[in-house]
Each structure stands twice: as C-alpha cells, then as structure tokens.
Ligand binder design. Structure first.
Ligand code: RB5
Length: 147
C-alpha cells in the first residue's frame, strides 16, 4: 500500500519517525516534504501536495504533521475528495475510518504523544469504512455545493 506523508517544520521530526515506522512495516511511502525542521515553511503547500496524491489515487492514504495538526488538516480538506481528520486519540483515529471514510489523518507534533500517534496510525490504516448509514453522510459531505 502506498502512503503519502507531509509536514511543515514543526511536524518534521514526527513525520520522519512516522516515515521510518511505515517503511519498517512494509508500506511504500512518498514523502512530499518538508525536508528539515530549521527552516520555517507554510503547511498548506505540503498539505496540498500530499492531498493531491490521495485525490488522484496515486496513494491510498495521506498522513500529515504540523504543530497542532489543525492547520495542515484544514488545508488538506480543501482538495476535492479529501476527508482528513485530526487523530487526537487512537480511538478517534479508528472512528474516522469507520464513520467518515477518512483518507488522510493529521497529527500535532507539539501536543501529541508519539506512542498514541503510532497506535493511531495502525488503527487508521487497518480499519475499514463501515458504510451503511455512514455512506449517506459521507456522500452529503462530498456533494455539497455553496453556489
Ligand atoms: C507553525 O508554527 C504552526 O503554526 C503550524 O505547525 C501549525 O500548528 C498550524 O496549524
């Protein structure tokens, strides 16, 4: 399975650890950057690069890191077809697959415990979407037009 990872400077160290973790587990990882923690960069650029790989189905899932997980999640969700949640606990990370059919997940390097992040990633990647009543709600997200 192919997975895109991306971060800003604040999420860089966590993104690198996630990348190693995924590679050890046998996933095929595409890293869209950033490449260091010293240079301040804008998280939307990396969110959009990873999200486009997901939306074009070049990868199955995307994993993003910034300081809080919030900004990079918001930027990813601007790309059509992206459903990105903040994985603020392992249980929620599982639920965002089961209920929301999330195809991306974001983590906040400055606020989250690394062990929880790795547990969240395992659950996120291994949990199927439940469909049923949740499918209708996901469809409602996708077909909304404000004009
Ligand atoms: C960078 O300082 C920080 O604003 C960013 O990583 C993120 O937390 C934004 O949502």
């Amino acid at each position: 399975m192919k997975i895109a990872v991306g971060s800003d400077h604040a999420g860089f160290q966590l993104k690198e650890k996630i990348k190693s973790y995924l590679i050890k587990k046998g996933y095929d990882v595409i890293d869209v950057g950033t490449d260091c923690s010293e240079v301040s960069v804008d998280y939307p650029l990396f969110a959009h690069k990873a999200a486009l790989l997901v939306s074009k189905q070049e990868v199955r899932f995307g994993i993003l890191c910034c300081g809080t997980g919030e900004g990079i999640m918001m930027a990813a969700n601007k790309i059509k077809g992206i459903r990105c949640g903040v994985g603020y606990s392992p249980e929620v990370s599982k639920l965002t697959r089961e209920h929301n059919d999330a195809n991306m997940i974001a983590f906040g390097a400055r606020f989250m415990n690394e062990n929880d992040v790795f547990s969240s990633i395992d659950l996120f990647l291994e949990t199927p979407f439940l469909g049923g009543r949740h499918q209708k709600r996901v469809d409602e997200i996708e077909c909304f037009k404000d004009e």
